[in-house]
Design a binder for this molecule. Sequence first.
Ligand SMILES: Cc1ncc(COP(=O)(O)O)c(C=O)c1O
Length: 469
Amino acid sequence: MLINQYHQNQPIKYPKIKDLPRQYARDGVIGLPNISEPQVVRHYTRLSVKNFSIDGNFYPLGSCTMKYNPKVCHSLASLPEFADIHPQTPENLSQGTLEILYNLQEDLKQITNMDAVSLAPAAGSQGELAGCLIIKKYFADKNETIRTQIIIPDAAHGTNPASAKMAGFDVIQIPTCENGDLKLDDLKQAISEKTAAIMLTNPSTLGLFEPNIIEISKTIHAAGALLYYDGANLNAIMGKTNPAIMGFDIIHTNLHKTFATPHGGGGPGAGPIAVCAKLKDYLPNPVIIKKDGEYHKADNKNSIGKLTANFGNVGVLIRAYIYIKLCGNEGLKRVSEIAVLNANYLKTKLEQAGFDIFQPKKLCSHEFIISFNKLKKETGVTAFDIAKRLLDYNIHPPTVYFPSLVPECFLIEPTETESKQELDNFVEIMIKINEEAQNNPDLLKNAPNNLKLKRLDELKAAKELNLRF
Ligand SMILES: Cc1ncc(COP(=O)(O)O)c(C=O)c1O
């Protein structure tokens, strides 16, 4: 229900403003509802709890890292000194915010072990686009414009090929082995004088750490090309290893995942990009520099340009900075250890309960895959049906049908912020749903059954598109 559908009273009548020039006067009634403050508060409070959210529900959405966002980050970032400052405020009056942005650049340099950082990109995918544009400009400056191709494994996040394409590259896709590793022979065959870079996610979207990463990076560098690291989910490796050690030249990271800033409802996000020394001058503008104890906004002359107005999503950057400071070096390492421990605990529990795990013998990273292919063959129940049934049990479904390499799959990422009880509860519910699938498949085919909104007829919705309320 929309708020203006509540009011039964007469629409609000505003007093006429004397001497208002005719051209500014409204002809009809203004459409504001004539309702009381409690009605307004109750309306929005009711709406706010209708959504599934990390504050209300277990939300094991693989690859998306829906971990709890500490409230203290939010309340500190909302202080008027941060929230009310205008982006065009003179530098001498915004030294505090500039210092935080500078320190965040330094912290991200340390975490990734790279040489320079720009906080400008407003999303992971925008960080990827920035990275691809840097690769393009770097080779253009070297007169190697023949390098028009970027190699991307088929297990990559979908935004990787999209970003490469947007930057004007041709995408060369290479397959992944059955065990989830990159096929080295195929990589070697794909490399040519046209290769500009490889884009890799490590651990991959299959939740597995690439064991041949050093050989891959040596092979790519030997061909004169660059390595791009999709570090959206750095939460598996912080304090344990880093992209620079693995030989990567460029990395973006999603603050709205690893560094616990909110990312429900499509944003706002932040996808800072970090590079090795030789690519420093290409970073998107602005970067924050420190000179004689003061902080300044600076523009690199050889930059790929600007991606966002002003400094990017500063409110998100401040939240991430607070999170990093709250955790400290040891804390960030612990975040990764527990994220990986939780994922392996859940994987083992589900395997013991008879679920079909992708590569059960391997340790997973912060996420893992189960497939319902066998169940579908036996009962007709799909991964999609199980996802919908989980909603009836107040659990947000994991990512479904991604990566597409494993049929009928869930990509499950519990994150480090979940307790053992929460993980055990998920296992119990999955076992219950599995039994329902055997005994009463229709219950799952019609799910969700307990929610106000029922399952969408997706075919009808696509054929008879109606975007009006
Ligand atoms: C591995 C990976 N790369 C890139 C992205 C893109 O990030 P964003 O959604 O901020 O554009 C995501 C987002 O889910 C991701 O999981």
